[in-house]
Write a protein that binds this ligand. Structure first.
Ligand code: PMV
Length: 326
């Protein structure tokens, strides 16, 4: 039996603007997905949580088991556990793919390889989503900590590598970076889930239409890029007041782009008084908001009073990890 886990992610700066080449920063969260693989002794087919595996229902799992086939012929029983809410922009699907890569690597007797897991699960997510997927979720889940995605190499950050993908005849390219930082004691992130499912593709399209009609509004995307760079610098310096300030500014630009929602605004208003900074995270239109706070319990309470589901997460959570081998 092998068991591997990988964290979800949230976006601290730069969503939407990253689609147009600006830098975005994601960080791993404390909530994780765990995959347990056990060689079947009695059953003659692959199973997931006791049911026969259906490749149509789990295309990314099917993709990965073909990329990293177990060395033995016997079928495998996959058990999935996790505390990342689904379809809320927290990267639960990417974390599942990354944890599965790690577990399959172990089953094959190989060392844990986050770079390979990051690449393969990005391709798995893209093939399951019919082509389009940025490598942000899978990279953050694989490496843990902070991941900066940009269309240029950001000289003052540690370079992880370039990722390319051919989509409908064009080659997309992303540069991945990371950095280390000491986060001052007592600072946490609180994630508030509206429970409303925002569609990433619909929100990305909405911003694209806005820009098509008003090309001059690309200035707002550049503003988000500038805020993201300032926020990243503040984070590297451990200046959490400045990080919070940049988050709130980033949110105001996202709101003006039209990707917030009444539910998000309610949770953000509730969390603001006890926080250093607040913003929506991910595509918007629903989904989650985040609050940088020195008073996590108070912030959780305020969000829950407004009907959101809230939980605390910490920085520098590890990426892909082995939990158990027997
Ligand atoms: O829905 P999420 O949390 O995976 O975030 C999407 C982020 C966007 O910038 C809106 C889209 C993208 O592909 O980067």
């Amino acid at each position: 039996m092998v068991k591997a886990s990988a964290p979800g992610k949230c976006i601290l700066f730069g969503e939407h603007a990253v689609v147009y080449g600006q830098p975005a920063l994601a960080c791993s969260i404390s909530q994780r997905m765990t995959i347990e693989l056990e060689v079947e002794e009695t059953f003659d087919k692959w199973r997931i949580d006791g049911r026969t595996f259906n490749p149509k229902k789990h295309p990314h799992i099917d993709f990965l088991r073909k990329q990293l086939p177990p060395t033995e012929e016997q079928p495998i029983h996959i058990r999935i556990r996790g505390s990342i809410p689904k379809a809320s922009g927290l990267g639960s699907s990417a974390a599942l793919s990354v944890a599965l890569c790690g577990a399959l690597q172990q089953l094959r007797g190989a060392d844990l390889n986050p770079m390979q897991a990051s690449e393969l699960s990005h391709r798995a997510e893209a093939s399951a989503q019919g082509g389009r997927a940025s490598p942000m979720d899978t990279a953050t889940s694989s490496f843990g900590g902070f991941v900066v995605l940009s269309d240029t190499i950001e000289g003052d950050l540690e370079y992880l590598g370039v990722r390319t993908m051919d989509v409908e005849g064009t080659t997309l390219q992303w540069h991945l970076h990371t950095f280390n930082t000491e986060i001052p004691e007592g600072v946490a992130l609180v994630i508030g889930n509206t429970g409303v499912h925002g569609s990433t593709s619909a929100m990305v399209k909405q911003v694209a239409n806005l820009l098509l009609e008003n090309p001059q509004r690309s200035v707002e995307l550049e503003t988000i890029g500038a805020i993201a760079r300032r926020g990243i610098q503040a984070l590297k310096e451990g200046n959490m007041e400045a990080v919070g300030q940049a988050m709130t500014e980033n949110h105001m630009v996202l709101r003006s782009l039209g990707v917030s929602s009444p539910e998000l605004e309610r949770l953000i208003r509730a969390a603001a008084p006890s926080s250093l900074g607040v913003k929506l995270t991910g595509a918007g239109g629903g989904g989650c908001m985040i609050a940088l706070t020195m008073n996590p319990e108070e912030t959780v309470g305020a969000i829950e009073m407004e009907g959101g589901r809230a939980f605390i997460t910490h920085f520098n959570e590890p990426g892909l990890a082995i939990e158990d081998i027997t």
